[in-house]
Design a protein around this ligand. Structure first.
Ligand SMILES: Nc1nc2c(ncn2[C@@H]2O[C@H](COP(=O)(O)OP(=O)(O)OP(=O)(O)O)[C@@H](O)[C@H]2O)c(=O)[nH]1
Ligand SMILES: [Mg+2]
Length: 224
C-alpha cells in the first residue's frame, strides 16, 4: 500500500518558508503577531485600538487576511498605517507562502511591528506558522465560555488571549471563572487581557505589554 502524508508535507513546506522569514524579522528587529479567532470576535476592532494607541511610538504595518474582500484593510487604512491585503480566495487560513508574497510589499528596514490578521476561524489558522513571535487569540464573551475546551488547539498554541466585548458580559451567560479555569487548564502560561473595544477598556494594559515586547525585539537586534 502506498500512503501519501500530504498534511505533513504541507506543514513541513510551510515551516521551511516561515523559518526563512523568521530570520529576516529577527535580523531587522521586527516584532510580529498573528491575530487569530472566530469570525466577528473583534480582531480588526482590537487592532484598530492598538494602532490608535501606539502608532506615534512605533512603525506598524498590517497584513490583512480575508477570503475575498478588502473590508478590514479599508478600516485599517483609515488609521494611516501601511496595509497589505491578502485574499485567500476561499482558503480558511493564511500560510507562510502568502506572507512571503506580502513581504515583497513591505519596507522591512523601517518597521518595528508587523501585525497579521488571520482569516476568522477558530480551528485551521492555529496550525500554520507565519513567522510570528506571538499568536494572539481574540475571542468575545458573546461566543460563550465553552469555546476553549471545544476548540483547544488555538488556546494551547496562543501566547496571549484577548477576551473582548466585556461591555456585553451582563447580557450573556458567560461564566468568567469557568473560562479562566478552562483556559489555564489548556495553557498555564497564556496571558489574558479583558477588553472592550466599544468602551476602550483594557486597551492601555494590552498596548503596554505589546510595546515592551516590541522594544525587547528592537534591543535584541541592536545587540546582534
Ligand atoms: N459591543 C461590542 N462590540 C464590539 C466590540 N468589539 C468589536 N465589536 C463589534 O463586533 C463586530 C465584529 O468586529 P470585527 O472587529 O469586525 O471582528 P473580526 O474578528 O475582525 O471579524 P472577521 O475579520 O470577520 O473575522 C463589529 O460589529 C464590531 O463593532 C466590543 O468591545 N464591544
Ligand atoms: Mg476582521
Amino acid at each position: 500500500m502506498k500512503q501519501i502524508l500530504i498534511e505533513k508535507n504541507i506543514l513541513q513546506n510551510n515551516d521551511d518558508i516561515a523559518s526563512k522569514n523568521r530570520q529576516i524579522l529577527k535580523d531587522k528587529g521586527v516584532f510580529t503577531i498573528n491575530l487569530l479567532g472566530a469570525p466577528g470576535g473583534g480582531k480588526t476592532s482590537v487592532l484598530e485600538q492598538i494602532i490608535k494607541n501606539i502608532k506615534h511610538n512605533v512603525d506598524v504595518t498590517v497584513i490583512e487576511g480575508d477570503l475575498y474582500t478588502t473590508k478590514d484593510a479599508q478600516r485599517i487604512e483609515k488609521h494611516h498605517v501601511d496595509v497589505i491585503q491578502v485574499n485567500t480566495g476561499g482558503a480558511c487560513h493564511l500560510d507562510a507562502s502568502m506572507i512571503d508574497q506580502a513581504f515583497e510589499h513591505i519596507d522591512i528596514n523601517n518597521l518595528d511591528f508587523l501585525v497579521i490578521e488571520n482569516v476568522g476561524n477558530l480551528v485551521c489558522p492555529a496550525s500554520y506558522d507565519l513567522s510570528e513571535d506571538m499568536k494572539i487569540t481574540v475571542m468575545s464573551v458573546t461566543e460563550g465560555n465553552d469555546k476553549p475546551l471545544k476548540y483547544p488547539a488555538m488556546f494551547q498554541r496562543s501566547n496571549a488571549l484577548i477576551l473582548n466585548k466585556i461591555d456585553l458580559i451582563d447580557s450573556t451567560d458567560f461564566d468568567i471563572e469557568e473560562f479562566y479555569k478552562d483556559v489555564y487548564s489548556l495553557n498555564e502560561n497564556i496571558k489574558i487581557f479583558k477588553v472592550s473595544c466599544r468602551e476602550e477598556r483594557g486597551i492601555d494594559e494590552l498596548c503596554k505589554y505589546l510595546e515592551s515586547q516590541i522594544n525587547d525585539k528592537r534591543r535584541n537586534k541592536e545587540f546582534q
